[in-house]
Design a protein around this ligand. Structure first.
Ligand SMILES: [Zn+2]
Length: 248
């Protein structure tokens, strides 16, 4: 089926093609903003570091509990020592055997306190280490999140600009399309769906869609066609728009 359209409408199709190329380019830029890749990267790092933070946070909780438990134990044994010392000093225990037993117990309690305090100290050291680690990781996490938020803001700002440009181009496209008959637009959309570019200018005997020079026989056929006949490139099938520099 041959589509017919006056030369002005055909020329408007080239405008439409140029606007569609801009729209495609804007969409491509929108999809490939460097911020998008950076955000993905940062999100992965945040997830990773947050995992470490949770681990350290659990360690701090566990060690805090252990430390309290160790502290209670030390206090219990110290209370018992105080009680024994009071008994010893009160003179209430006079039996030498009981006295020896009490002194023996006091020595044992002293040793027990020392062992428990050593263990508590060890726990406290581990706790301090975990707390320091947690603070560092929390700092890293905060800075990664700040970086991510910055990238998100930059991405959104870039998208806003691109979307505004796309809206402007879309409006211009509407104006261009208004002068083109529906059947030509339909053909254009079909060809564009197949080849990406729907319409190309013919300049100096060359199709600007496929960049090939059109051979003599085809060229003569094109030259003979009425000016309102919509031409197709014999090489790439794109809609071929004649220009004053077509070389026909
Ligand atoms: Zn071509």
């Amino acid at each position: 089926m041959t589509v017919k359209a006056d030369p002005t409408a055909q020329a408007a199709l080239l405008e439409l093609q140029a606007q569609d190329a801009i729209l495609a380019q804007l969409q491509h830029r929108r999809n490939t903003l460097p911020e998008i890749a950076r955000i993905t990267e940062l999100e992965a790092q945040i997830k990773d570091v947050d995992g470490t933070r949770i681990e350290l946070d659990t360690q701090v909780s566990d060690l805090t509990r252990e430390q309290k438990k160790a502290d209670t134990e030390v206090e219990m044994v110290k209370t018992r020592r105080t009680r024994d010392e009071e008994r010893l000093n009160s003179g209430a225990v006079s039996n030498p055997k009981d006295l020896a037993s009490l002194q023996h117990e006091l020595v044992a309690l002293e040793r027990r306190i020392s062992t428990l305090e050593d263990a508590e100290l060890e726990i406290m050291e581990k706790l301090e280490e975990a707390q320091t680690g947690l603070a560092v990781v929390q700092g890293d996490l905060d800075s990664l999140k700040a970086d991510r938020d910055e990238q998100v803001a930059a991405r959104d700002a870039a998208i806003e600009v691109l979307d505004q440009q796309a809206a402007d181009t879309q409006a211009e496209r509407g104006t261009s399309a208004a002068g083109i008959p529906v059947d030509l637009i339909t053909l254009y959309d079909k060809v564009r769906g197949q080849y990406g570019v729907g319409a190309a200018a013919l300049r100096a005997r060359r199709c600007e869609g496929c960049r090939l020079e059109i051979n003599g026989a085809d060229l003569r056929e094109l030259a003979a066609a009425p000016e309102d006949e919509v031409l197709r490139c014999p090489e790439c099938s794109r809609i071929l728009i004649r220009t004053p520099e077509s070389g026909l």
